[in-house]
Design a protein around this ligand. Structure first.
Ligand code: SAH
Ligand code: SF4
Ligand code: F3S
Length: 458
């Protein structure tokens, strides 16, 4: 686990609470969820970088009182030249909504009751909008936060980073806070790196990003015009001599556009493998996770991808035991897995990341229930993975040879569906795509017999 950097500049937080116990409670939670963003309570609005009015609507003229309070803050802000952020929360915010910002442009954020868990997202977005970078205190855990590094070519496969950061704010995840806003590299830079890799013998590139299909990199300078999408980028990279295979990871269902799906069908280099994490099969949980789509919308994307590229292998990530997950919700996840039929998937027990909205939610699931659900899910996923691998037995598949195998005289490589393949053959084949007839399969790999080396056009 990374040690969080010591906080240099703590920001001042002043919350004024009106009304009932519910608001008192919400104000406490707001303090909790804002702490990892560097906010500590101060005693006066003058000393604050963020002022939250947590309002009550029950008394007469409640709304007018909020506007008069805002008027005072405005005068104070003008007198002191402070650039504090002002948020209106609670029941007046609920009743008036965005109207508050129209009537008093000084207000930066409006959030309804029980929406305190949206605050970190809203604050992060507001600071991104003015070009600030939040100094966060989120604990980061490499397992969830880091991507593989872009490497110098040390074999025929390479990662190529095209995009960083994330704007999705899933409620369980630290990435939007730790890695910052979503940012794409210009197409020219990517093409230059891809050419360079191809010249070093790379045959397969994996385009890398936290939300790689949200890619929107600056168009090539000679062409100008709108930013390019990932589909356009893939089609373009496919024209580089030597690049025989293109993959990308990790994608978000919301950014799986029709053009990218079409590229799977019409661009030979697009490998039949898609890692499209869904996390849960329950609409209720998907909503609480802020994923922005339903289980059926996900099923529909999968249907379209399979239509474009019928042999596509599907991969996903799952979280079991998200706060509030019932047996029924978990069963919906199992049903989605049965419906989709995955080639491979990664599954995790929900683990609260301090500072993320989900960590503050109700209904944390007991550890033994999480364990039981994880075991049931992994059993099903293992069966699917084994069945998928076995379905290749008897087929002749193109294998990109990546090096010497474990046993003497053996080579190993990768199938189009990301399976590891072992076969008897010389290590000199490394970097070539060869045909292997599959005659054995386990959960983790295929074995087969070398048929012939293909001619690879360079
Ligand atoms: N951007 C990628 C995911 C990056 S994090 C995406 O949206 O798909 C990698 C995986 O770690 C996630 O897909 C999720 O399944 C898991 N993960 C992230 N935070 C987690 C948490 N708090 N508890 C359990 N699993 C988590
Ligand atoms: Fe995290 Fe991925 Fe969600 Fe972004 S899309 S918040 S990286 S899980
Ligand atoms: Fe409570 Fe006032 Fe809202 S009493 S529920 S804060 S209107």
């Amino acid at each position: 686990m990374n040690t969080p950097e010591a906080k240099q500049n703590t920001k001042g937080l002043f919350i004024k609470t009106y009304g009932c116990q519910m608001n008192v409670y919400d104000s406490e939670r707001m303090r909790d969820v804002l702490r990892p963003l560097g906010y500590a309570p101060v005693d006066t609005p003058e000393a604050a970088d963020l002022v939250v009015l947590n309002t009550c609507h029950i008394r007469e003229k409640a709304t007018e009182k909020v506007y008069s309070e805002l008027g005072q803050l405005k005068r104070m802000k003008q007198n002191t030249g402070s650039n504090m952020t002002i948020a209106v929360a609670g029941c007046v915010a609920q009743a008036e909504g965005e109207e508050i910002m129209r009537r008093q442009p000084l207000v930066d954020l409006v959030l309804g009751p029980q929406a305190y868990h949206k605050l970190p997202e809203m604050i992060a977005r507001a600071s991104r909008a003015v070009g600030d970078r939040l100094e966060t205190d989120f604990e980061t855990l490499e397992k969830f936060d880091a991507l593989p590094k872009t490497r110098e070519a040390d074999g025929p496969t390479a990662f190529l980073s095209v995009q960083e950061g994330c704007d999705k704010f899933c409620t369980f995840c630290v990435v939007p806070y730790t890695r910052g806003a979503e940012l794409s590299r210009p197409v020219d830079d990517i093409v230059m790196e891809a050419r360079n890799l191809a010249a070093q013998g790379v045959r397969e590139i994996s385009l890398l990003g936290q939300n790689v299909n949200a890619f929107h990199g600056a168009a090539p300078q000679v062409e100008g015009g709108e930013d390019w999408t990932l589909g356009q980028l893939c089609r373009h990279l496919a024209k580089i001599g030597g690049i025989e295979r293109i993959r990308y990871t990790t994608s978000h269902p919301r950014d799986m556009d029709d053009d990218l799906i079409a590229a799977h069908g019409d661009t030979a280099q697009m490998q039949p493998f898609l890692h499209l994490p869904v996390q849960s099969g329950s609409d209720r949980i998907l909503k609480a996770m802020n994923r922005g789509h339903t289980a059926d919308e996900y099923r529909e994307i999968i249907r379209k991808v399979r239509e474009a590229q019928p042999d596509v292998a599907l991969a996903s990530d799952f979280i079991v035991g998200f706060p509030g997950e019932s047996d029924e919700d978990f069963e919906a996840t199992m049903q989605l897995v049965r419906d989709v039929n995955y080639a491979i998937a990664y599954s995790f027990k929900y683990s609260p990341r301090p500072g993320t909205p989900a960590a503050e939610m109700f209904g944390h699931v007991p550890e033994d229930v999480k364990d039981a659900r994880l075991q049931a899910l992994q059993k099903l996923l293992r069966e699917q993975q084994t069945a998928f691998n076995k379905s290749k037995i008897g087929q002749t598949v193109p294998v990109l040879v990546t090096g010497r195998g474990r046993l003497e005289g053996q080579a190993h490589g990768r199938s189009p569906w990301m399976q590891a393949v072992h076969f008897d053959g010389p290590a000199e084949l490394t970097g070539k795509i060869v045909d292997v007839k599959v005659n054995g399969a386990t959960m983790s790999s295929l074995s087969g017999e070398l048929i012939r080396a293909r001619e690879v056009a360079l």
